[in-house]
Design a protein around this ligand. Sequence first.
Ligand SMILES: NC(=O)c1ccc[n+]([C@@H]2O[C@H](COP(=O)([O-])OP(=O)(O)OC[C@H]3O[C@@H](n4cnc5c(N)ncnc54)[C@H](OP(=O)(O)O)[C@@H]3O)[C@@H](O)[C@H]2O)c1
Ligand SMILES: *[C@@H]1O[C@H](CO)[C@@H](O)[C@H](O)[C@H]1NC(C)=O
Ligand SMILES: CC(=O)N[C@H]1CO[C@H](CO)[C@@H](O)[C@@H]1O
Length: 312
Amino acid sequence: MFRTVLFAFALVSTTAFTPTTRVFGIRGVHTTLRMASRYSLPDQPARFAKAKAEKNARHLDIDSCYDPAFLAGKRVAVTGANRGIGLSLAKELTAQGAKVVGLVRKSSPELDALNPDEVITGIDVTSDEACASIGGKVKNGPIDILINNAGYFYEPVEKIEGGELNFSEEMKMIDICAVGPLRVTSALYNANLLTKEKSTIAMITSQGGSIDWRTTQNPDGGDYGHHMSKAAANMMGVLVAQEMRKFGIACGILHPGFNKTEMTAKYAKIWEVEGAVDAEVGAKRVLHEVGRINMETTGKFINCEDGLEIPW
Ligand SMILES: NC(=O)c1ccc[n+]([C@@H]2O[C@H](COP(=O)([O-])OP(=O)(O)OC[C@H]3O[C@@H](n4cnc5c(N)ncnc54)[C@H](OP(=O)(O)O)[C@@H]3O)[C@@H](O)[C@H]2O)c1
Ligand SMILES: *[C@@H]1O[C@H](CO)[C@@H](O)[C@H](O)[C@H]1NC(C)=O
Ligand SMILES: CC(=O)N[C@H]1CO[C@H](CO)[C@@H](O)[C@@H]1O
């Protein structure tokens, strides 16, 4: 993700605020204003600069609008809860009185320390058998919120030039990021662990799955496998939203946002222009948007940084 971020940084002076500066007459004003308020911006430094210029509380201070009351007592299943964003979600959920059901390949001392309601291990999301077994392993009742968070990003930049594509890694990313969440969702639904008119589903995908944003974020291409996997995940999320509609089960599709971690530390300089946040803030932003998933918003693709839609 931070690779694309660097490109975006270089583009800041030319593309900042494009959606609101191309104004042609009254109709144009209307169109551009609507676009500006509905959609997030692909250029990350421009997105963050705009939030500061507008003193946008949702973007700059999640505590000003985050109301976690809806989480108390809820049973929330999180894939990949052992580390990364999944772990920070599990921490925040625990702090808010939710009952965490971790669905993981292996637990971690940090996850165990939260004393989750259940930790189900051996759940590799690429395994049909492992996913199908989830139904028989969840002991304490239905899941109110399923957060499909587990994902994988092959590190080297993929380019045709130089023969830097890794096809087996591409298939692995598609399996983990796009088919995996469908296996888990299907397993829970068919084990009657998702409740009609009650449960909600969140698919953690990525802005990297937006085809519309590639011209800004990957002006020279690259990142084939990861971004293809996330575009496929977005498609999967919309189809799940459509199939679950008649059951009153909503499905949101979320880009979690950019955070400050060891992995991104070498880009510490751009943290400040990109608006990277600490893990706890990132978790609150995601859960704020999880709380907004309902039958009106089902199937939408939302940037958890600012709460705006990302175009497909
Ligand atoms: N961090 C960001 O800035 C960012 C931006 C956009 C989107 N995202 C998305 O947010 C989600 C979480 O990202 P992260 O940054 O927390 O990633 P991370 O630190 O790399 O953690 C990945 C998690 O997914 C699990 N996982 C990977 N392969 C799996 C498999 N085959 N079966 C089951 N679990 C598997 C890992 O479990 P193991 O410990 O067993 O490997 C781990 O818990 C991902 O879907 C990612 O694409 C993150
Ligand atoms: C693809 O990635 C795997 C895992 O990192 C590695 O073992 C393999 O050598 C790579 N193949 C190519 C063609 O780069
Ligand atoms: C807690 C959290 O949000 N951590 C993630 C932030 O981004 C890095 C880089 O993608 C991940 O490795 C962290 O897991």
